[in-house]
Each structure stands twice: as C-alpha cells, then as structure tokens.
Design a protein around this ligand. Structure first.
Ligand code: DOR
Ligand code: ZN
Ligand code: ZN
Length: 401
C-alpha cells in the first residue's frame, strides 16, 4: 500500500501542469488499475443549511460530494437566512467551518432575501463569497441586474445567473414539448430561459462584468452564448449531466424527473453536446438539489423542482460521453475540474480522487450519502466507481472521523 501512496504523490506533482496524468494509472494488488484525478469541482450545489436540514446538511452534502470525487463545491444561497448580509452569511460559514469535509465556498445573494428588489450588501459580502447568485430564482428586473453587474465588476466578482422569466411560466413544470402535450401537462417554454440570457449578455457587454450562466438546457441558450463569446463578452456557462443524457422522451410520471430548468427536446440535448464539444459550454455542474422523499413523491406537477446529482455525475458522464467517444477523458476532466477552478479562482490544493474505471455499477440511491434520493438515473448501469477521495491530504471518502 505504501508504494501506491508514493505513486499517487508522483502523479499529483504532474497533475496540474498537463493532463497526461489521466492516461496513467496506479496498479494495485487486486489487479485492477485505478486512475488518479485532481478533485472535481462543482460550482452549483444546494446543501440546504441553514434552514432546510431535513433535505440536506453541510455534512451530508459534503460527504456525498466526496463520494462523487468532488473536493470543492460552491453552495447556492436559497437558504434561511439567505446569505445577503455579512451576519446572515456568518451563520452559514459557521456550519461550513464546523461540518464540511471538503472545501465549501458559499455564494452571496444578489438581492436581499433573493426577492429581486434591492441589492444585497454586496461590498460587505464580496471578500467572503465565491461569487454572487440568486439561484433558485431569476432576477426579473433589468435595472437591478444592471446595478448588480456594475457592483460585481467593481468588487472583482462574477454574477452567476439562474435565468428564468417568471412572466413566461404560466404554471408550467416540465418542458413545453411533445411529452407535455401528449400527457396534458403544463409546459415551460425555452424562451423563459434564453430571454433572460439574451438580456444579461447585453448587460454584461455594457458593464464589462464577468458573467456565468447556470444550468443551460436549450439550443437557443447555447447559440446566444456562442455568439457572445465570439463578440468578446466575458461569459462562461455550465450545463448539468441530466441535460446531456436525458430529454423529454425519457420523462416518467415521477418527481424524480422534475427539475428546473426541465429536460427539453432531443434537439436541445444534441445542441448541448455540441456546445460541450466546441467549448461554448465551459463546465458541467450538477445542480445537486436534494429534497425529502415525501416532497418528491408528488409526481411531476406536485413535487418540488430538483434532483440529486453529485454522487452520479462522473460515472454517468464517463459512461455516456467518454465510453461512447463523444468526448475524451481529458475533456471531461477539463469540464469537471480544470475549467470551474480557473473561472472561479478555486485552488487545486492537495486534493485528488481515485477511480476504478472498469468497475460496473448500477445506480442505487440507497448507496447515496446524500439525504436526497431522487434521481432519474435509478437502475442505470454505469462504469466507474470511486475508490477514495482526499481533500487537504485527509481521506474524505470513505470517511472516518
Ligand atoms: O431544480 C432546481 N432545484 N432548480 C432550481 O432552480 C432550484 C433548485 C432547488 O433549490 O431545489
Ligand atoms: Zn437554478
Ligand atoms: Zn440550483
């Protein structure tokens, strides 16, 4: 075992200057060959504390992250209290300091209470937060978003936007497409996402603010961001594994298939894959959004939006995108750990994760360390099993106190 540890150290020394390490592997006693990767980084998770610890805690969320190979996450601010002032943020930071087993970076809210009306105390928060977001809600008012961008630019921070135009929702809860029509459900149109993106790209160009778009799900969003990048706007974006792997044809009458934005059409999914391949989409984030089993038992209409994802992201993406030769393993690692760290200035630290890529596994929520169990991928066969994860030289998966 000592020899393995030495091998891993040698890998790590080379890890971050070039990506050749992914081709190498560590042979271990049982004959399997394990790959060592730098710790993954998820810029979009919901760890639910303070306020909603029955859904997830900093401890359960960070243990789940370590199980997924992640050593750094950024937590969204739809909490109680909302981190919109230094005091409110301190309540969250105390829990992080006490309970997190990996690096947890909180977002500060853009607006007070995420109400979209008045800017949060951005200058007091700036030094203590990774960036600003009102995720869970879109900033409806253009002038508020303009002021937020002007302030973020001054403070050297990025605006991270959940783009959703409430005036176009009309009570919808899945994509406004063939499944919704066939089954009598209320749909969410794609414009409710791309409309606000178009507005914000204009504002980002005007203000020079660094701007990042959350969880893009439709083809128009990809195209808008592609054009903005070509025009020199300081924009990056993420999509999530479920938008790359599933679409409305996979929907079932089950809360496990409900998230916001919704699974869209096959064409949209294909445009996202193209956006990944050509670099328009910079990173993959999970939007890990746990809810209780009771909450998620109310079908497509009655369940809250949100699925868990942090424990299944790598095996799913490796199986569907890499094994099918849609992208390389190096590219996947860029999307999961290099690009997010670069954009948000998150250090690599002495963090790494060890995977058996040949191990076959069936996704089973009973094995999740997250309190949330709702995933549309239950029962799917995947390749890739996390053997161990180290954060700051401490073994955090499997975790022992
Ligand atoms: O699916 C989602 N879940 N989308 C969101 O915007 C919010 C999130 C949550 O907090 O549950
Ligand atoms: Zn969101
Ligand atoms: Zn979210």
């Amino acid at each position: 075992m000592k020899k393995n540890t030495e091998n891993i150290q040698i890998y790590l020394e080379n890890c971050f200057s070039d990506l050749s390490f992914v081709k190498k592997s560590v042979s271990v006693a049982d004959g399997h060959s394990y790959c060592v990767f730098p710790g993954f980084c998820d810029v979009h998770v919901h760890f639910r504390e303070p306020g909603f610890s029955y859904k997830e805690t900093i401890l359960s969320g960070s243990l789940a992250a370590a199980h997924g190979g992640y050593t750094a996450v950024c937590t969204m601010p739809n909490l109680n209290p909302v981190p919109d002032s230094a005091d409110h943020l301190a309540a969250q930071q105390q829990l992080i300091d006490r309970d997190a087993v990996i690096s947890v970076y909180p977002y500060g809210a853009i607006t007070v209470g995420q109400q979209g009306e008045k800017l949060s105390d951005m200058s007091a928060l700036a030094e203590k937060v990774i960036a600003f977001s009102d995720d869970g809600k879109g900033v409806q008012n253009e002038e508020i978003m303009r002021q937020a961008m002007i302030s973020a630019k001054k403070l050297g921070k990025t605006i991270v936007a959940h783009c959703e135009d409430n005036s176009l929702l009309h009570g919808g809860y899945i994509h406004d497409g063939i499944y919704a029509k066939a089954h009598g459900h209320k749909g969410i149109c794609s414009e409710s996402e791309w409309g606000p993106i178009a507005r914000d790209l204009r504002l980002a160009a005007e203000t020079g603010c660094a701007y990042h778009v959350c969880h893009i799900s439709c083809k128009e969003s990809v195209e808008l961001i592609r054009k903005a990048k070509a025009n020199g706007v300081d924009v990056t974006c993420e999509t999530a594994p479920h938008y790359l792997i599933l679409d409305e044809n996979d929907l079932q009458e089950d809360g496990r298939f409900k998230m916001n934005p919704p699974l869209r059409s096959t064409e949209d999914r294909q445009a996202l894959v193209e956006g990944i391949a050509d670099g328009t989409i910079d990173m993959i984030a999970t939007d890990h959004a746990p809810h209780s089993a009771v909450e998620k038992s109310e079908g497509l209409q009655g369940s809250p939006f949100g699925i868990v994802g942090i424990e299944t992201a790598f095996p799913l993406l490796y199986t569907v995108l890499v094994k099918n030769e849609i992208i390389s393993l190096e590219k996947l690692l860029e999307l999961l750990c290099i690009n997010p760290r670069k954009r948000f200035g998150i250090p690599f630290g002495n963090d790494f994760t060890v995977w058996d890529l040949d191990a076959r596994d069936t996704i089973n929520p009973a094995t999740f360390l997250s309190q949330g169990k709702a995933t549309p991928f239950t029962g799917k066969t995947v390749y890739g099993k996390c053997i161990s994860t180290y954060s700051n030289e401490k073994k955090v998966y499997p975790y022992t106190k």
